[in-house]
Write a protein that binds this ligand. Sequence first.
Ligand code: ADP
Length: 188
Amino acid sequence: MKFYLLFGPPGAGKGTQAKLLVDKFNLKHISTGELLRNEIAKGSELGKIVQKIIDKGELIDDKTMISIIESEIDSNPHVSGFLFDGFPRTIAQAEALDTMLSARKFSVESVLSIMIPDVMIYERIRHRAEIENRKDDAEPEVIKNRITTYHSKTEPLIAYYKECGKYHEVDGTGTIEEVFGSISKLVG
Ligand code: ADP
């Protein structure tokens, strides 16, 4: 079972590329953002807690995220591989993922990183706000906080995965097709 991680700042196009990648390479797509938004839509207790955090542009606690991922892995025993989109987002999540996978005799195959500059993050999210109805995309202050959080908590993962030789970066500023072409070359 292969585990690919789609990495990049908010608005880099992870969701768009993930949909194309899972079709082409027959992987199970796990978007933690989508899983959390489903919890909110269900109106569960977890959903209520999660909503407040997402609306501020902050991260859900590591323990909750790790247990969500663990249950997704264990409830899909027959897939040929996973594409995680939005996880891990902190060093603690990355370490927990390594532990979780090695206990199951698996490991991270590759980190596919889509990079765009901060100015483009704002443009992309503003554009997405017109198409999708995400509250966390509508407020400039919330977007700013997500970008700050990305730089402080998530960006350190680049060094973490470079260290073990699993980090691969593509330029995310091109068209959807161009970015897909670059990422596809990294999977297989
Ligand atoms: P984006 O890539 O635009 O930030 P996502 O859909 O991946 O959007 O995530 C939306 C929100 O869900 C994040 O801002 C964060 O609050 C929460 N979230 C998603 N994944 C994680 C995670 N692995 N750890 C903590 N919080 C998360």
